[in-house]
Write a protein that binds this ligand. Structure first.
Ligand SMILES: Cc1ncc(COP(=O)(O)O)c(C=O)c1O
Length: 435
């Protein structure tokens, strides 16, 4: 891309020296251009059922830019080797790429050091790791784990499993009618028994963004640790784990334009040091003997076996790609698109959007009178429009609305108002056909 192209795409112009920036600034920052960003996504140019693909299933997974695809292909084409082993050039190169990925994740999350980042398969594995490693050694009978009703199953079930083993209690934090976490009830549930609070930074069902920083500060007053599930947040707005003061932060690469099977867990260094190995094997040891085995320092102690090396290479490429844009410009663009989509969907007779939290990402979950969600998804699919239908792995959140299933359109930075128009037009045709 040329410099004007970069600016049109909303990327800060690279290489401009700080002294060259006029002050006061005379021109507004460049707006984000989804059209330029989507040129990086080969898949967005395919057709489905004879229609151009409209990918509105980003909450499930995002598409991958060619920079990520090429980085993964390049690794297997020219760089494939195992890491941390073997005294040869290829092993050294692969190790450097892997550790560069760790450093990039640390920067992306605002962590103080790459040593605070553990590579995992994704958010689910990160949460299970914390439950099994930290949970089993820190939880006991009578301890509480506070879990908002809004959480994804992967932030509920691991706590139920470890609570059963340790005889701790999983305590649901209720929602208000508008779908936001009931802050008053949360404050009342906190006590000296609370060992852990878990919170999604953005809900995959309602898109709502709870006051994580305030909830964390309150939990810390009781000495509780806080785990933040960033699965839905990371692609939409900048994250700073130190500002949040989170003890743990988990995310999945595939919801962030990176490959599947790779994600990261951040933990504060003092918390990491208090964690026992959760899986044994290569890479996580210092020395092994039948009389005594000692372990590698953190974070390697929690990374047994060969990691997803090409996944880390792809994740690094995805982070480089995403952070080449002005992320505030992306957030502003997505907020505008969300407002547009909310207004447009409201014109469809019988359509009801779930949740009305003012602070939210572009997730639109809805019901349509007389149509079951699976039928809606099927109808839209015939028009090349991909949405999700079902319980969205958040059955307690849907039960709050008296539902067991709903339709969900989830938007990403490469979606456009024209695509929202196509969604609304297709839903309009469905309503007319059924009338
Ligand atoms: C809020 C939230 N947490 C956790 C997960 C689980 O992510 P993964 O399946 O990538 O581990 C998801 C996936 O949709 C999610 O939306």
């Amino acid at each position: 891309m040329t410099t004007p192209d970069l600016e049109r795409a909303g990327r800060p112009s690279a290489g401009r020296s700080p002294t060259a920036v006029p002050f006061p600034r005379l021109t507004p920052p460049p707006a984000f251009s989804p059209e330029l960003a989507r040129q990086d996504f080969p898949i967005l140019h395919r057709t489905v059922n004879g229609k151009p693909l409209v990918w509105l299933d980003n909450g499930a997974t995002t598409q991958k830019p060619r920079q990520v695809i090429e980085a993964v292909a390049g690794f297997y084409g020219a760089g494939n080797s195992n890491i941390h082993r073997g005294a040869h050039t290829m092993a050294r190169e692969a190790t450097e790429a892997y550790e560069a990925g760790r450093a990039a994740v640390a920067r992306f999350l605002g962590a103080a050091s790459p040593d605070e980042i553990v590579f995992v398969r994704g958010t689910t594995e990160a949460i299970n790791l914390v439950a099994q490693s930290w949970g089993r050694s820190h939880l006991g009978p009578g301890d509480d784990i506070l879990v908002p009703v809004l959480e994804h199953h992967s932030n509920i079930v691991p706590w139920q499993l470890v609570a059963k083993e340790t005889r701790a209690r999983v305590v649901p934090v209720p929602l208000r009618p508008d779908g936001q976490i009931d802050f008053g009830a949360y404050a009342d549930l906190l006590s000296m028994r609370t060992q852990l609070v878990v919170i999604s930074q953005a809900s995959n069902v309602l898109g709502s963004v709870p006051p994580v920083k305030e909830m964390t500060a309150l939990a810390h007053r009781y000495g509780a640790k806080v785990l933040v599930d960033g699965a839905q947040a990371v692609a939409h707005f900048p994250v700073d784990v130190q500002d949040l003061d989170a003890d743990f932060y988990a995310f999945s690469g595939h919801k962030l334009f990176a490959p599947t099977g790779i994600g990261a867990l951040y933990a504060k260094p003092e918390v990491l040091e208090s964690m026992a190995p959760w899986q044994g094997g290569g890479n996580m040891i210092e020395s092994v003997g039948f009389d005594r085995t000692t372990y590698a320092p953190m974070p390697h102690r929690l990374e047994a076996g060969t990691g997803h090396i090409s996944g880390v290479v792809g994740l690094l490429a995805a982070l480089n790609w995403l952070t080449s844009f002005d992320r505030d410009a992306i957030a502003a663009y997505e907020n505008g698109l969300l407002a547009y989509a909310q207004q447009a969907l409201a014109t469809v007779p019988g359509l009801e959007l779930l949740g009305s939290a003012p602070d939210r990402i572009a997730v639109l979950t809805f019901t349509l009178a007389g149509h079951d969600p699976a039928g809606i998804a099927d109808w839209l699919d015939r028009d090349g429009i991909a949405i999700r239908a079902g319980h969205h792995c958040a059955q307690p959140a849907l039960a709050h609305y008296g539902l067991d299933s709903a339709a969900r359109a989830s938007l990403a930075l490469y979606n456009t108002s024209e695509e929202v128009d196509q969604l609304v037009a297709s839903l309009g045709r469905l309503v007319q056909t059924a009338a």
